[in-house]
Design a protein around this ligand. Structure first.
Ligand code: SAM
Ligand code: SF4
Ligand code: F3S
Length: 442
């Protein structure tokens, strides 16, 4: 009987990359992906622990699967990702429906664990931090992802220990993959048809392998012919070194959107968060990059109502948003995470927190709307990724990652198309194709 695996992924881009690589791995023991979980004989859930309710979401999801399979043969249930790392033994005790648990640095063991489970029916969990073995194993398994835009993990883990964040506990210490392994995998992706590579790491700009830094990787990867665009995420202001800033002078393929999480506009709050950077250093990076290329735009992550944030601190965040005019940013109310320093601090009143979130989001959304409006009437480069779900339009992204919808044939997929923007809203640009690779579109 064919083995069908259904993979559901919560969380960040790295989880998406991991899910793809887990699939590359389990194919070796005969699994094939299904998009219909009811026909799966293996159900794999890749989890995220970054904010509240993440854990409950996992149990809720398993409840749903249990219900569907009530009168059918139970699938093999595997939980991976950051909740698996944080909860491990607890999960096996609380939910007997779960069979295997693997933390983010144990994915190289998944095939053996599945085979072992089938032979012995013994539940197992593995949450060892062994990034070296994981990436060594994955290096020998081809990356089969065939998307126009592909993720590529170059660095994993975090040594920064911001007081609010679970990542150092769920992903483990910082680890940078060997330079030549990354270049090899980038080549595989380009051979598979990828036109854009998004380099990933929890602190992607802390990448450090022998004498190589992120700047060296970008300049080497951009030599691959066929590749059109390079991005990287998520970076930390402390690791935004001059060599990386200088790449914006020399690179032809690095996109002009810098996602640089700041979290707060107040030095006092940044100190309380243990962020290890100040607003002055952040602004210095911003102005250096603007001087190199004034069309560079910034996006960011913000946490509002962090314990100790007073009205003046919040105003400082608004001030920073007004100065930098971030586009496409994310903002969250502080969520206490078990095991972190901030989890025991006194929370800010819920109403104040919600009000602050609304104010900040209004500002950020407004920036997004203004940015999109300013593009109406102009012609921009769009990398076409696929069709919309209803198949009526082509879907692509601008250099700033904004979604663009327009009419056109499937031949445009995987190509850079010049699109005249006719209309826009907060999240999307609507246009019409005018040119493709220097040819006019009829
Ligand atoms: N490494 C990145 C950095 O240095 O900012 C961030 C990684 S984290 C996966 C993504 C975002 O989630 C963070 O930038 C932060 O804004 C948010 N976040 C993390 N922990 C949080 C918490 N406890 N409550 C609310 N938001 C949180
Ligand atoms: Fe979390 Fe990023 Fe801070 Fe690391 S640097 S602890 S991943 S927010
Ligand atoms: Fe979530 Fe883990 Fe990513 S906690 S955001 S899946 S690193």
């Amino acid at each position: 009987m064919s083995q069908k695996i259904f993979i559901k992924t919560f969380g960040c881009q790295m989880n998406e990359y991991d899910s793809n690589r887990i699939y590359d791995s389990v194919q070796k023991i005969g699994y094939e992906k299904t998009h219909n979980y009811e026909e799966a004989n293996c159900y794999l859930l890749n989890t995220c622990h970054i904010r509240d309710k993440a854990k409950e979401k996992v149990y809720h999801e398993i409840g749903r699967v249990k219900k569907k399979f009530r009168f059918k043969k139970k699938p093999l249930v595997i939980i991976v990702g950051c909740v698996a790392q944080a909860e491990h033994q607890e999960m096996l005790k609380r939910e007997p429906y779960i069979d295997l648990i693997l933390g983010p640095q144990a994915y190289h063991k998944i095939n053996d664990m599945i085979i072992n489970y089938k032979n012995k029916r013994k539940k197992q969990e593995d949450t060892e931090f062994d990034a070296i073995s994981k990436f060594k194993f994955l290096h020998n398994i081809k990356n089969q992802n065939k998307k126009t835009s592909s993720f590529l993990t170059i660095q994993e883990g975090c040594d920064k220990f911001c007081h609010f964040c679970v990542v150092p506990y769920t992903r483990g210490p910082e680890y940078s993959r060997p330079f030549n392994h990354i270049i090899n995998e980038a080549k595989q992706l380009v051979d598979n048809g990828s036109k854009e590579i998004i380099l990933l790491g929890q602190n992607v700009n802390a990448y450090s392998y022998e004498e190589f830094r992120l700047s060296n990787l970008i300049l080497e990867i951009e030599k691959l012919s066929g590749l059109e665009r390079i991005r990287y995420t998520t970076s930390h202001p402390k690791d935004m070194t001059n060599d990386l800033i200088d790449v914006y002078k020399n690179s032809k393929k690095l996109m002009p959107l810098v996602h640089l999480p700041v979290q707060s506009g107040s030095d006092k709050v940044l100190g309380l968060m243990n962020r290890k950077h100040t607003i002055k250093t952040y602004l210095k990076i911003f102005y250096k990059l603007k001087k190199i290329n004034s069309s560079i735009q910034f996006s960011s992550d913000f946490i509002v109502a962090y314990p100790g944030e007073d009205h003046k601190d919040f105003e400082d965040t608004i001030k920073l948003i007004n100065e930098i005019k971030f586009i496409n940013s994310f903002s969250f109310i502080f969520s206490p995470r078990p095991g972190t320093v901030a989890s025991s601090l006194t929370m800010i009143d819920k109403k104040i927190s919600l009000d602050r979130l609304e104010i900040i989001q209004q500002k950020l959304f407004n920036n997004q709307i203004m940015m999109n409006k300013s593009l109406e009437g102009s012609i921009i480069d769009v990398l076409v990724e696929n069709r919309t779900d209803d198949k009526s339009k082509l879907f692509g992204r601008s250099e700033y990652m904004t979604s663009v919808l327009f009419d056109g044939s499937d031949d445009f997929i995987g190509k850079i198309v010049r699109v005249k923007i006719k209309n826009s809203n907060q999240n999307t640009l609507f246009g019409e194709a005018v040119e493709l690779s220097n040819q006019k579109v009829a």
